[in-house]
Write a protein that binds this ligand. Structure first.
Ligand code: EPZ
Length: 417
C-alpha cells in the first residue's frame, strides 16, 4: 500500500487551485440516474470515492464517459435498481443512491453500509424519511428493499440535520407526486449545489441552505450539466497546512464564504487570512497561537471534516486548546498517531485536550481514515525530520494526489509504493 515520505520543516509558499467538492460530486452523481438523458459533471475530481460511485452507476447499467475533466453519465440504458453488495459496503455515499434509484425505478435494493473508523454511521434518518414518503422499506438481514409505487410527497422533520438523509429525501422526492417539505434539513453548501442540479434538470426545489427545503414532485427530469462547488474541506486543509508551517499560501477557485467557521477561528490567532470572493491568502506566523476551543457542529458550525486538521494545528500552537467532536462518535483515531510524533493530547469522550509543543518529531504513522490521514500529513510538514504516513489510500479517497499539491507549495513529499 502506498505511503507518503515527508521531510518536514519547510514553510509552504505558493498558490493552488482548489478542486471540486467530493461531497458535492457524490450527490450529483446519484442525481444522474434520475433521468434517461445525459448528465455532465465538469471538473470531476479523480478521487477514490468518485471512482467507486461511478462503478456503482455502471453496475446499474449507466454509461460513463470521461471527456477531459468532465464526466458524462448516460443513464438511458440503466436497467437495475440493485446496488451491488460489494460496492454498497465499500462506500457510505452509496446509500443516498437509494433516493435517486427510487425516483427513477420506484424500486431499490441496497445493503446497510458498514460503519467506518469515525463512527457507527447509522441510516435510521434516511429510512425514516423515505417511510414518511410512504415508501415501503423492508429490512431483510443486511439488505434494504424499497418500493415507492405508492409514494407521495409529505412534510418530514429530521431529528438531526443529516447531510445524507437530506440528500436522499431530496433525490427521492424530486419525482414523487406531491409536495415534500424537509424540516430541520442540513444546510451544507453541497445541499445547495444538489438543489441547483435538480432544478437544472427540471425539478422544483427551493430553500436549500436554510433549514426548510420544499420539493414539488415532477413527472420527468431532463439531462443537465453542472460545475460542482469547490471543496471547502480541501481548501480548509491547506489553510491549516499554511498556518502550521508558517507559510504564505494563496488558494484560488475556492469559496471563503463556505469556510467562515474556520476563518473566524484561525484569523489573527493561528495566521492572518485575507479573502476575496473566490480566493484567499493565508499568512502564517512564526508559531500559531492556541485556538482555545473548537466544537464541531452542523453547517455553518465548525465542520467535523476539519476537526482532525485543526487538532493537528493545535499540537504545535502556543498554549492549550480543547477540541470537541460533536458529530461522530469515534473521530479521534489520529490522536494516537500524533502522540507518536510528540504531541501532548488527552482524550475523554468527545473532548481532546491538546497542549501545544514547540516541535513535533518525524516518525512512522498510519492513516486510519480520510481526514485523520490528512491531519498526519500536516503534522509531518511541520515536524522536524522525516515522517512516513502509511496507508494513504484513505487520503486518496478525498484528495487527488495530495503530494503534488503540497510539492507545488514547496513541501518535500514523496509517494512510495
Ligand atoms: C456527510 O456524511 C459527509 N459525507 C461527511 O464527510 C461529513 O462528515 C458529514 O456529512 C457531516 O458533515 C458525504 O457527504 C459523502 P450525516 P453523512 O448524515 O451524510 C448521524 C468526509 O470526510 N446520523 O450528516 O453520513 C451520524 O451517525 C465525510 O468527506 C444518524 O444518526 O453525515 C452522525 O453522527 C466523512 N442517523 C451525524 O448524524 C442517520 O440516518 C451526521 O451524519 C444519519 C446520520
Amino acid at each position: 500500500m502506498d505511503k507518503f515520505e515527508i521531510r518536514g520543516g519547510v514553510s509552504l509558499d505558493g498558490e493552488l487551485e482548489i478542486s471540486s467538492a467530493k461531497n458535492s460530486v457524490l450527490a450529483l452523481l446519484a442525481a444522474a440516474i434520475l433521468t434517461d438523458e445525459p448528465v455532465v459533471i465538469h471538473n470531476c475530481p479523480e478521487i477514490g470515492d468518485v471512482y467507486n460511485m461511478l462503478k456503482i452507476l455502471e453496475a446499474l447499467g449507466c454509461k460513463i464517459l470521461r471527456q477531459g475533466r468532465a464526466v458524462v453519465i448516460d443513464s438511458s440504458a440503466a436497467d437495475s435498481y440493485e446496488i451491488p453488495r460489494n460496492y454498497g459496503r465499500e462506500i457510505r455515499s452509496s446509500i443516498f443512491m437509494l433516493g435517486s434509484i427510487l425516483g427513477r425505478f420506484r424500486k431499490a435494493k441496497a445493503v446497510f453500509p458498514g460503519g467506518c473508523d469515525i463512527g457507527l454511521r447509522p441510516i435510521d434518518l434516511h429510512l425514516k424519511g423515505l417511510r414518511e414518503l410512504n415508501v415501503k422499506v423492508r429490512e431483510q438481514g443486511a439488505d434494504i428493499l424499497c418500493d415507492a409505487s405508492a409514494a407521495r410527497g409529505k412534510k418530514i422533520h429530521l431529528d438531526f440535520p443529516s447531510v445524507g438523509a437530506t440528500e436522499n429525501i431530496m433525490l427521492a422526492a424530486a419525482t414523487i407526486k406531491g409536495r415534500t417539505v424537509i424540516c430541520n434539513a442540513a444546510k451544507e453548501p453541497e445541499i445547495v449545489c444538489l438543489q441547483d442540479m435538480l432544478n437544472k434538470m427540471g425539478g422544483k426545489v427551493a430553500g436549500a441552505g436554510g433549514d426548510t427545503i420544499e420539493i414539488e414532485g415532477v413527472k420527468k427530469l431532463r439531462g443537465a450539466e453542472i460545475t460542482p462547488i469547490p471543496d471547502r474541506i480541501v481548501a480548509g486543509t491547506y489553510v491549516i497546512a499554511a498556518a502550521m508551517t508558517g507559510g504564505r499560501v494563496c488558494l484560488r477557485k475556492c469559496r471563503p464564504s463556505d469556510l467562515t467557521a474556520l476563518i473566524s477561528k484561525l484569523n489573527g490567532c493561528a495566521c492572518d487570512i485575507l479573502t476575496a470572493e473566490d480566493s484567499l491568502l493565508v499568512k502564517g506566523y512564526k508559531r500559531p497561537r492556541s485556538v482555545l476551543m473548537v466544537e464541531t457542529a452542523p453547517y455553518p458550525g465548525f465542520p467535523t471534516d476539519l476537526q482532525a486538521q485543526v487538532l493537528a494545528l493545535q499540537t504545535v500552537s502556543k498554549g492549550t486548546g480543547v477540541i470537541v467532536e460533536n458529530i461522530f462518535e469515534t473521530r479521534f483515531k489520529h490522536v494516537g498517531e500524533l502522540k507518536k510524533m510528540g504531541a501532548e493530547i488527552v482524550v475523554k469522550d468527545r473532548y481532546a485536550i491538546v497542549r501545544g509543543v514547540p516541535k513535533l518529531y518525524g516518525t512512522q504513522v498510519t492513516a486510519h481514515d480520510l481526514r485523520g490521514g490528512a491531519a498526519l500529513v500536516l503534522a509531518g510538514l511541520a515536524a522536524e525530520g522525516i515522517t512516513t504516513v502509511e496507508d494513504v489510500r484513505h487520503i486518496d479517497r478525498g484528495y487527488f494526489r495530495m503530494e503534488d499539491d503540497l510539492r507545488a507549495l514547496g513541501a518535500r513529499v514523496k509517494r512510495l509504493s
